[in-house]
Design a protein around this ligand. Sequence first.
Ligand SMILES: [Fe+2]
Length: 230
Amino acid sequence: MAAALTGAPGRVPAAQMAESPGIERSDVYSLFPTLVWRIELERAVYEPINARVLPFLRELRGKRVPTAGESWQSSVALHEREELSQLVSSVETTTRHILRFLHIGCDAFQITGCWATVNAPGASHRMHSHPNNFLSGVYYAQVQAGADTVNLHDPRPQTAVLRPPVKQLSAQNTDQVVVTVTPGSLLLFPSWLPHSVDANRSRTERISISFNVMFRAFGETLAKPLWGEP
Ligand SMILES: [Fe+2]
């Protein structure tokens, strides 16, 4: 069962229970939430990005054009290419905002991988996550009706043990949320969050650019025991 992501999915109507007789006050805590950021870049930002990235990818692919049901994936260091510098800048700015939002006391990060995916009509991408990074994300360069969604899956496997029927799907009771994206959308999420892409049901290619972000000093300092030296 999949719920479309609309409105404010994290908001719980706590007042519903408070209206019951005998209850003075009630609170509902949304604990350990899974945060997903969807940013829609301004047209004045994403059109110049696409104007450089799309021709670059065409050149990179050469004659390797995926046929129906197939995908093409680039090498994984596109963030080092000048053609992606504007996109990298948007990713870095967004990451800085997220780290500030999360009150993380470590602002030195790096993009550790960045690759393009071209899904021909009929092509999908099975559920997966991105190990050994803190944030992952996708920039959507070319998406259209029939190829404009991404599925985010419940990262808590134990919730599959009991799945009672629900009267109305919401982000609180589903195991899969479908996020709709548009050209210029930028999606960021925890790297451990499983996600997948349904088959491209449009007649044209779906082109996206994925990336991973990790703390620059993870190995040197952050991964050391938290309790430090006695
Ligand atoms: Fe992915």
